[in-house]
Ligand binder design. Structure first.
Ligand code: MN
Length: 206
């Protein structure tokens, strides 16, 4: 049983002009496919480990044989994070952009003082993270939402938290269009955030 690239929920050019088609194509068909392929290769012959979800792999990394642990950590995280990331976006005006509603807005307002304050804090986490990695909104074990960044392909499940929304700030996510201007990419990305999906994500854990 091999891990598989999930179907992209929209065409490569659907997030234009905010995320360009070429970036989407390479990000999905080369980078994400690469994580899937390398994960499958690393776990060849490990029937028990292949049954684990990518979340389980990250949570129980100590159960992975040491000689493949780094590879499995990196590519399992890459597979998990990107599978989530595609769903957290939608074409602007067709599910993407705008503001969160309902319980999600309530939770965000309660924790961060309002949507704009949340956006500022999250953008700040994304822009100031100075190595490769992701910015995260995650639900902590005490039920509180937290914003932070993590390196490489790490995921909040590694801290016992539930990922609610994440932003890829590896250069491969934006370099073709925005070059080194990460703040511009982060600003553009808000136009394609799929708040309905983010809310579903939160409801799943509440
Ligand atoms: Mn990426």
């Amino acid at each position: 049983m091999a891990y598989e690239l999930p179907k992209l929920p929209y065409p490569y050019d659907a997030l234009e002009p905010h995320i360009d088609a070429k970036t989407m194509e390479i990000h999905y068909s080369k980078h994400h496919q690469g994580y899937v392929d390398k994960l499958n290769k690393a776990l060849e012959g490990c029937a028990n480990l292949q049954k684990k979800s990518p979340e389980e792999i990250l949570v129980f990394l100590d159960q992975i044989p040491e000689e493949i642990r780094k590879t499995v950590h990196h590519n399992g995280g890459g597979h998990l994070n990107h599978s989530l990331f595609w769903r957290w976006m939608a074409p602007a005006g067709k599910g993407g952009g705008g503001e969160p509603q309902g319980k999600l807005l309530e939770a965000i307002s309660k924790t961060f003082g309002g949507f704009q304050e949340f956006k500022n804090q999250f953008s700040n986490a994304a822009v100031t993270h100075f190595v490769i990695g992701w910015a995260w909104l995650a639900l902590d074990r005490d039920g509180v939402l937290r914003i932070f960044s993590m390196i490489n392909q790490d995921n909040p499940v590694m801290r016992g938290m539930k990922p609610i929304l994440g932003l890829d700030v590896w250069e491969h996510a934006y370099y073709l269009k925005h070059q080194n201007r990460r703040p511009e990419y982060v600003e553009a990305w808000w136009n394609v955030v799929n708040w309905k999906e983010v809310e579903n994500n939160l409801n799943q854990w509440n």
